[in-house]
Design a protein around this ligand. Structure first.
Ligand SMILES: [Cu+2]
Ligand SMILES: [Zn+2]
Length: 192
């Protein structure tokens, strides 16, 4: 083959290798590559409650149902922190105006993996020694579809000072709040 033909063949090989690499990166980054578009469907900016919490979350509608939440919450104490969607999109009074857990199906409090859970029950997020919690949650109960009873647009996300016991605390409050304690910070779920 002449030099031109050689270059075409090599260029083709290069492209194939690039495509294979892209596929590998795609698989490595996310098991659901392609299911999630990069422009978020909603964002949350945290404001302080009882702690000087800050941070930003991006929320994505996922392909069939549910919501992917990813981002970082900072200004927490190290350890586990209850993390919920609350029923009222009002952050005033150090997050107390956000009301109780978002509960459109009138159930008891639980873990995200329980059949009996508030729609807003997203479990705990883990803060490191610097007080930063990286969040990556794919929940199938909450929704960013305005037609769903579990639509969370314009509601609030609250991060608590303590750990959510996920309904296993053995007392009445465990089945209401998870005994997650005060409200460290909160943010409005703003649809884009
Ligand atoms: Cu809460
Ligand atoms: Zn709850």
């Amino acid at each position: 083959m002449n030099l031109y033909e050689f270059n075409v063949v090599e260029a083709g090989k290069g492209l194939l290798i690039k495509m294979q690499l892209l596929l590998l990166v795609c698989l490595a980054v996310s098991a659901s590559c392609g299911a999630v578009h990069e422009v978020p469907d909603a964002v949350v900016n945290f404001v302080p409650g009882n702690n000087n919490v800050y941070g930003e979350l991006h929320l994505f509608r996922t392909q069939y149902s549910g919501v992917l939440i990813r981002g970082r919450v900072s200004g927490l104490s190290p350890g586990q922190h209850g993390f919920h969607v609350h029923a009222v999109g009002d952050l005033s009074g150090k997050c107390t105006a956000a009301g109780g857990h978002f509960n459109p199906y009138m159930t008891t409090h639980g873990s995200p993996y329980d059949a009996n859970r508030h729609a807003g029950d997203l479990g705990n997020i883990q803060a490191d020694l610097h007080g930063n919690a990286d969040v990556y949650i794919h929940d199938l109960v909450i929704s960013l579809d305005p037609a769903s009873p579990a639509y969370i647009g314009n509601l609030a996300i609250v991060v608590h000072q303590g750990e959510d016991d996920l309904g296993r605390g053995g007392n009445a409050d465990s089945l209401k709040t998870g005994n997650a304690g005060g409200r460290a910070g909160c943010g409005l779920i703003m649809p884009l």
